[in-house]
Design a binder for this molecule. Structure first.
Ligand code: NAX
Ligand code: ADP
Length: 272
């Protein structure tokens, strides 16, 4: 079994929806409602057992219209999960005290967490395993919070080194997105995954990746013990995202198509 397909294996006869992993996502907002649909679709298509979504009512309705399998609630009433995805399409949680308290509670819970976009600021608070998924501009912002003032151009000029610095100083596994995605662990190891297609450069594509990573982390939460394993899972997720786009051919892509394609890309990567 390849290091990628190890993380993409399907259920066996003894499995049920709970043993296949429960992901709880706090994604989407009134400003960016669509990000929740993209992340939730990406997560479902990895084969996770159940996806819960905590979001405003309008966002819940949009997601249910697309994926009625999802269990929806407000963020405060999310319930128990094996892993959490926080942040894609989220307004700045610092502006909303109730939302911030909910995210702090999740960060403190010890469960594995994937942080994207509006929740990247929680990286230092997460007690369990933590994966963060910034693009170059977001990583520059994170580095400022860590006391290393940086511009997006600095990150682009030496991406692996900046990703490793952020990983070492937050304790999180950093997935620095781009045409080549650099995955850094706090010990300083960096794995680089070149995208199979530049068609991934489209709005919402990163929200789909966050959903994929959340879905995979939820499926493997019981056997994820180290940050090195989490980094290996992240590399598999990045390859899956890339394959999902590339298998659609060299044509313009919308992010939801990439999410839909994830299930078929899984089958391709797992081989016959
Ligand atoms: N359909 C959706 O709901 C989408 C939601 N998204 C969410 O949007 C939020 C912001 O993500 P970003 O990656 O845009 O954050 P960035 O930090 O790159 O940009 C923040 C804001 O700056 C502006 N901006 C930055 N670069 C620009 C440029 N070159 N030209 C014009 N405007 C520019 C945009 O208004 C943008 O929203 C995240 O929460 C993300 O998850 C995006 O993923 C796109 C799709
Ligand atoms: N030129 C490119 N070639 C290939 N993949 C890219 C390119 N630019 C960005 N990507 C990928 O597309 C996704 C974009 O994510 P992100 O920047 O968060 O956008 P969004 O916020 O719109 O979802 C990431 O997975 C990134 O690795």
């Amino acid at each position: 079994m390849s290091s990628t397909s190890r993380w993409l294996a399907g259920p066996d006869a003894g499995d049920d929806k709970y043993s296949r992993g429960v992901l709880a996502a706090v994604t989407g907002s009134l400003q960016y409602p669509g990000a929740a649909t993209l992340a939730v679709e990406g997560a479902w298509r990895t084969g996770v057992g159940l996806v819960r979504l905590g979001a405003p009512l309008r966002v819940q309705d949009l997601v249910l219209g697309r994926r009625p399998e999802t269990i929806v609630s407000t963020p405060e009433d999310l319930g128990r999960a094996d892993a959490y995805l926080l942040g894609s399409g989220l307004d700045d949680p610092a502006e909303d005290e109730m939302l911030r308290d909910t995210l702090v509670g999740i960060a403190d819970s010890g469960a594995p967490v994937v942080l994207d976009a509006g929740a990247l600021g929680f990286a230092m608070r997460v007690r369990g395993l933590c994966l963060v998924t910034p693009h170059a501009g977001e990583l520059a912002r994170m580095l400022g919070w860590l006391g290393r003032e940086s511009e997006r151009a600095d990150v682009v000029a030496s991406p692996a080194e900046h990703a490793a610095f952020a990983a070492e100083n937050t304790g999180a596994v950093v997935v620095l997105k781009g045409a080549t995605t650099h995955i850094a662990t706090p010990s300083g190891a960096v794995t680089s995954v070149a995208a199979e297609t530049n068609r991934l450069a489209t709005a919402g594509s990163g929200d789909v990746l966050a959903g994929i990573l959340g879905g995979l982390v939820a499926q493997h939460a019981p056997d994820l013990a180290t940050r090195e394993q989490l980094a290996e899972l992240a590399a598999a997720g990045v390859s899956l995202h890339s394959r999902a786009a590339a298998r659609l051919g060299d044509r313009p892509l919308a992010a939801l198509e990439i999410a839909e394609s994830v299930a078929y890309a899984t089958a391709e990567l797992n081989g016959p």
